[in-house]
Design a protein around this ligand. Structure first.
Ligand SMILES: C[S@@+](CC[C@H](N)C(=O)[O-])C[C@H]1O[C@@H](n2cnc3c(N)ncnc32)[C@H](O)[C@@H]1O
Length: 395
């Protein structure tokens, strides 16, 4: 079986857990890079990664890497590659370019030259050229250009993989689904432990957790760009999806709760959970999404995990004083009602521990999109909120 080279893109900090996930799917020659993971294997491996990866944002298939000096070289490279192996002339294509320290003067012009190279090749081969489509292309080509090398990739996932197909309704500042899954993994939560998100918004963390517990492949409810490629095997894909459906266990014994102060947002979270195939868990209370104030929420077990991203109070934001005083009250409630629990909070506010009068036992720097955040761990041990030395991975 042909071994292809792939690059799985993911949020920074999630690279090692993505590498582990890809390894468990059978990836070979895995290399962790900043912002993603290189790996090798057959095309079926990348299809399976699109279907099952909880942490990747995109899976890209590497077509070629070449040294270049100017945009003529990049045109020649686009012109010489056998694109017709991958897609037909009637495909609508889109080309995106990412450059890092490239000496090229205009990236727009280079993008145009790549399109020209591809279209000229088709025109010379069959008298017709693919059309360019920005919004809903069949084929997405990515060019990554550094100081000396240009690499072409085909995007196998299409729409980013964090779009699982269930979130139509959003609250304020929703987390991306792969980030929510990443936070759960980093926290050490496992489905046998109670989980609470007291600032649940559209329910992303609770829904991801419930899908993990039920062993639901995150990509079962959506389509992928590889389905439009010539190298794609429909029968293999159907079998893969059937296998993934057969692995779902809707009887998983979980206790997952999410609450939010806004009843409008909670009804969105409930609708999202239904679309995510979790009605059975909502019906019998294994997944509960309710309206509630984080300052008053109570524990439903002697121990468990809180994984959450409270509202951020940026210093420049006039709301910040309000958020800080609210977080102090949230902390008082946690100290009173949640001893024995482990609380993990994602925030861009470095002062969160001091606002809460809590010392973190760990902190992890995470980029939530462009926003540099901290994922703080607080052990809610009764009566012991003395300063513990933070065991921080990154200052
Ligand atoms: C950053 S958002 C959480 C987003 C969520 N993780 C998602 O993916 O949709 C913070 C949420 O906290 C809620 N919130 C603000 N104050 C609250 C309080 N006192 N108790 C509970 N929820 C609160 C807001 O309504 C908002 O939905």
């Amino acid at each position: 079986m042909a071994a292809y080279h792939f690059f799985a893109v993911c949020p920074r900090t999630l690279e090692p857990i993505l590498a582990q996930e890809l390894q468990s799917l059978g990836a070979q020659n895995i290399k962790v890079n900043a912002g993603g993971v290189l790996f090798e294997g057959p095309l079926s491996l990348a299809m399976n990664a699109c279907l099952r990866s909880r942490y990747a944002s995109r899976i890209l298939l590497r077509i070629a890497t070449r040294q270049y000096y100017d945009s003529h070289d990049i045109y020649d490279m686009a012109h010489v590659l056998p694109w017709e192996r991958f897609f037909d002339v009637d495909a609508k294509i889109r080309v995106d370019i990412t450059a890092h320290r490239s000496p090229l003067e205009s990236l727009d012009f280079t993008t145009l030259r790549i399109k020209d190279g591809i279209c000229d090749r088709f025109r010379e081969g069959c008298g017709k050229r693919p059309s360019i489509e920005k919004n809903n292309p069949d084929v997405r080509i990515h060019a990554f250009i550094n100081e000396r090398y240009c690499t072409f990739y085909l995007n196998l996932s299409g729409e980013p993989l964090f779009k699982r197909g269930w979130r139509v309704e959003k609250g304020e500042a929703p987390l991306k689904e792969n980030m929510a899954a990443g936070l759960l993994a980093l926290s050490g939560w496992t489905p046998d432990q109670p989980l609470l998100d007291p600032f649940c918004g559209s329910g992303t963390i609770a829904i991801e957790a419930a899908q993990i517990a039920c062993n639901m492949a995150p990509g079962l409810n959506r389509s992928f760009a590889f389905e439009k490629l010539n190298i794609f095997d429909l029968q293999e894909w159907q079998e893969m999806k059937e296998d993934a459906k057969a692995e779902i266990n809707l009887h998983a014994p979980v206790q997952i709760r999410g609450s939010d102060i806004s009843s409008i947002v909670v009804s969105k979270a409930q609708a999202n959970a239904q679309r995510a195939g979790l009605q059975a868990l909502l019906d019998d209370g294994r997944l509960v999404l309710t309206q509630g104030d984080a300052r008053q929420v109570s524990a439903f077990s002697d121990k468990g995990f809180i994984v959450t991203n409270p509202p951020y109070g940026e210093q420049s934001n006039p709301k910040s004083a309000t958020v800080a005083s609210m977080m102090k009250n949230v902390a008082d409630n946690l100290k009173k009602s949640f001893s024995g629990w482990t609380a993990w909070m994602l925030t861009s506010d470095r002062k969160l521990p001091s606002q809460m009068r809590l010392s973190e036992s760990r902190k992890i720097v995470i980029f939530n999109g462009p926003l540099e955040c901290r994922f703080f761990k607080f052990e809610m041990v009764k009566g012991s909120f003395r300063n513990k030395k933070a065991d921080s991975e990154t200052a």
